[in-house]
Design a protein around this ligand. Structure first.
Ligand SMILES: O=c1nc[nH]c2c1ncn2[C@H]1C[C@H](O)[C@@H](COP(=O)(O)OP(=O)(O)OP(=O)(O)O)O1
Ligand SMILES: [Mg+2]
Length: 450
């Protein structure tokens, strides 16, 4: 057997470099550029609110695909099919294959009476354009369908599995994965394998171009196809990030990284209208996790807490670091608010210490603000922080039973009441934490399309 060195020095079971860029163009509901080595395909998914005649009034949706190659996607210019006035057999076959592959992983009933148009346009061809089209089109379709779900146009996510496709073949007697053009044109056996994330097969197209092949050859090629598709689906999941869970109908979970039950309640409350599952450390079996707040700002401390909890739970982690800044104390107690009267001090001790320090100051000199920094850390280590503040004054003595911490001695601007006296729903609309959480939700939405 002649062992050929593969182009680019790839191993026989190695894919080319995969790049999946979402939101590649601006108008389509789903738009993806997929690059498999030098093969580049733009895949878009467009939603139309009608179905072909044979599905009218059935409540069932449809997915259809078109495929084409740009004139200079190939070595020499290929005449546009539109100029020829008809599409050739190869194009016909490929677009049907793409349509079948995508329809196999979607429940058309829950899609409702609408059509998803998939357009795959090859801008550069170096082998495997139909398989790259399927892999890219799935991501575009997932984005488009998720938008319908997010906009509450459909009630459930209709996608049942991921689907991807890869070519395998026998070249110079060697079985290889993901053939580039040159390998493909020398192949004795050429096969396209379409699979789901559950390891099921959707389609296998295989031809002994020059020689017949054996059952052993076939098994070996299928194994290569499994390896390839597994890695392609991994790339699709990475490209889709957190929304890949929602696409599969799995709930997005976040954990609130705090030991403070009051904070937890407030944050749960503020997240309640989002379509996510909010977990506490307790829910995950963690009791009193001690995390040293060694940062010198609220942001740093919030990040320290969120990073640590993400590391331990593997889930999207949200932490708040907050405190009270009093003007005449130069911003103290600030990040030391929880330990103002010493390590493990109680809220009551902290309040007493603060009132003592402000003894003799009239109300107009007791200006203060609450600050909350919220950090979010994702399993892929992406992270961000946001901040909210709430202006007020320190009361002359504690008032009210609501809330926690410094609430009984904080008179919030615009009200004659302390946070201890104010209704919890009002505090949760106007507080520092409420403001930070509003910003946080906007950022979160950008990343996980809630
Ligand atoms: O809305 C509030 N109403 C009253 N007091 C508040 C508020 N927000 C923060 N605070 C005070 C409480 C604590 O003295 C310090 C936060 O310290 P901070 O380290 O962020 O929280 P923590 O130790 O209670 O819980 P954890 O770190 O586990 O999230 O600021
Ligand atoms: Mg703390």
């Amino acid at each position: 057997m002649v062992f050929l060195k593969r182009i680019g020095g790839r191993k026989s079971d190695e894919l080319r470099k995969i790049t999946i860029t979402r939101d590649y163009t601006k108008y389509a509901e789903g738009s993806v550029l997929i690059e498999m080595g030098d093969t580049k395909v733009i895949c878009t998914a467009s939603i139309e609110d009608k179905v072909p005649p044979f599905l009218k009034n059935t409540g069932t949706g449809w997915i259809t695909a078109e495929y084409s190659m740009l004139p200079r996607s190939t070595h020499s210019r290929k005449v546009r099919e539109s100029s020829k006035g008809k599409i050739d057999g190869r194009t016909q076959e490929i677009q049907r294959l793409i349509g079948r592959a995508l329809r196999s992983v979607i429940d058309l009933k829950s899609l409702g009476e609408r059509t998803i148009w998939i357009d795959c346009d090859v801008i550069q061809a170096d082998g495997g354009t139909r398989t790259a089209s399927i892999t890219g089109a799935f991501v575009a379709m997932a984005d488009a369908v998720y938008k319908l779900y997010k906009d509450k146009v459909i009630k459930t996510m209709p996608i049942t599995s991921f689907v991807s496709a890869v070519s395998v073949g026998i070249v110079n007697g060697e079985k290889i994965l993901d053939l580039c053009y040159e390998e493909d044109s020398n192949a004795q056996v050429d096969m396209n394998i379409v699979m789901t994330n559950k390891g099921e097969f959707v389609e296998i197209q295989g031809t002994g171009e020059e020689f017949p092949f054996t059952k052993e050859d076939l098994d070996c090629l299928i194994n290569l196809g499994q390896i390839g598709n597994k890695n392609l689906i991994k790339a699709q999941k990475e490209a889709l990030g957190e929304i890949s869970k929602a696409i599969l109908g799995e709930e997005i979970e976040v954990v609130i990284a705090t030991n403070n039950a009051h904070k937890l309640n407030e944050m749960r409350n503020m997240l309640s209208e989002l379509n996510i599952k909010v977990l506490s450390l307790n829910d995950l079996g963690f009791k009193e996790i001690k995390i040293e707040e060694t940062g010198s700002t609220f942001e740093e401390n919030a990040l320290i807490k969120a990073r640590e909890i993400m590391k331990r739970t593997g889930k999207i982690s949200i932490a708040d670091d907050s405190g009270l800044m009093v003007d005449v104390l130069g911003g103290r107690p600030g990040i030391y608010s929880a330990r103002f009267a010493g390590e493990n001090s109680t809220d009551k001790q902290n309040n007493e210490k603060l009132l003592k320090l402000l003894n003799g100051y009239p109300l107009e000199k007791r200006g203060a603000r609450f600050v909350s920094s919220i950090a979010v850390v994702f399993p892929d280590k992406q992270e961000f922080t946001v901040k909210g503040t709430c202006e007020g004054k320190i009361a002359l003595s504690p008032r009210g039973e609501n809330g926690f911490g410094y609430d009984p001695i904080f008179i919030v601007d615009g009200y004659d009441k302390t946070f201890g006296e104010i209704e919890k729903d009002v505090k949760n609309r106007i507080s520092h934490r409420a403001k930070a959480m509003e910003k946080m939700k906007l950022e979160l939405e950008k990343r996980i399309l809630l």
